[in-house]
Write a protein that binds this ligand. Structure first.
Ligand SMILES: Nc1ncnc2c1ncn2[C@@H]1O[C@H](COP(=O)(O)OP(=O)(O)OP(=O)(O)O)[C@@H](O)[C@H]1O
Ligand SMILES: [Mg+2]
Length: 333
């Protein structure tokens, strides 16, 4: 928990997988993150005492302890359970009755109790995935409600646009920002800081985990840990799990490139850009070694109609969205 005030403006990446808080500390940006997950474990006085001593966020509910955030993954793995997730596919999880309550606890842990007091928070919102009839209105209103009740002045920012604000000052915020997250890949084409087109693709990290888990008869949490620890492209995979992960990663990249071509290739409203524009990849799913190269190769092979000057990996893929939300909040304070 943050006890010392560093800046009034706040960027909050409300992600399916992680919630990331960004604040400015003099010239530096400061980040704090919690997994957007929880797990129930049996209550005992001794466990309660140890969690408190270790500063692990938890609440007591009847005969259970609920562990929130980062430590929930380890407990889930140790107990062979799946973590419970307040969000799914970029929005509040309709199958999780405790979603709002749990998100609110994670927000309080990151932001601190009673810290709102009219401060400005820009929080990330996704686009509804292509081809789905979902919309993000309820999700956006719910997150806004939680933060407003905590006393913040709240504004949404599209996740892809946040990536542009975080990474593309050099091109005056012209380019394509992509966040490859847990639930979705969110894309924004921005022209001089104005979002011209935004969309998302439903295949991202969770899709890889759950599809690979089904294929090898594992639980998704374990696949995810293997993927995050040492998966990379262009390897020879003696290990079956990594081999299956690589198949679904390819599938995700193909869907993302198909989505880019479909949305940007046909858009009648595209501005005449005049010169090639940069494309930046961010989000946790862009992190494995070789991902950028594999994406670029697939994009080039697809006859993408917009001239791209470079395909770049964000400086810190896990923090890009929160940083961009903070850039927007700072410019508005
Ligand atoms: N080092 C890594 N290698 C591979 N994948 C990783 C790595 N670190 C994180 N991930 C994956 O990235 C995903 C989470 O990324 P991120 O935190 O950007 O998502 P999110 O913002 O929470 O989700 P979304 O934007 O879809 O709502 C998860 O699927 C996670 O397993
Ligand atoms: Mg995200």
């Amino acid at each position: 928990m943050i006890t010392q005030e560093v800046s009034n403006a706040i960027g909050l990446d409300v992600g399916t997988s992680r919630v990331v808080l960004a604040r400015r500390n003099q010239e530096e940006f400061d980040y704090h993150t919690q997994l957007n997950a929880f797990v129930r474990i049996p209550f005992s006085k001794i466990t309660e005492g140890v969690l408190r001593k270790e500063n692990i966020p938890f609440t007591v509910q009847g005969s259970d302890l609920i562990v929130h955030g980062n430590e929930s993954e380890r407990f889930a793995d140790l107990l062979g359970q799946e973590m419970r997730r307040p969000m799914r596919a970029g929005v509040l999880n309709p199958a999780e009755p405790e979603s709002e309550q749990q998100m609110s606890l994670i927000f309080r842990n990151l932001l601190g109790e009673g810290a709102g007091a009219g401060r400005k928070v820009y929080f990330s919102v996704p686009s509804a995935p292509k081809g789905s009839d979902e919309n993000t209105t309820y999700h956006e209103a719910s997150v806004k409600g939680i933060l407003t009740r905590m006393g913040y002045e709240v504004r949404p920012i599209h996740e892809g646009l946040a990536v542009v604000y975080a990474e593309m000052e050099g091109s005056n915020y012209t380019g394509i920002g992509i966040s490859c997250g847990g639930g979705l890949c969110n894309v924004c084409l921005s022209y001089l800081s104005v979002p011209v087109l935004t969309f998302s693709v439903a295949k991202a990290g969770d899709f890889i985990d759950s599809s690979a888990a089904t294929a090898v008869g594992e639980i998704a949490t374990r696949v995810r840990i293997a993927k995050e620890n040492d998966f990379h492209f262009n390897g020879h995979f003696a290990d079956k799990v990594k081999q299956v992960i690589s198949v679904y990663y390819e599938d995700m990249i193909n869907s993302l490139v198909a989505g880019l071509n479909e949305s940007l290739g046909n858009a009648k409203t595209l501005p005449k850009l005049g010169r090639p524009i940069p494309l930046v990849l961010a989000g946790g799913s862009a992190m494995p070694r070789g991902f950028r190269e594999r994406f670029e190769k697939t994009l080039k092979a697809s006859d993408f109609p917009i001239a791209v000057s470079e395909v770049r990996l964000a400086a810190n893929p896990l923090y890009s969205t929160a940083k961009g939300a903070l850039v927007a909040a700072l410019s508005d304070s």
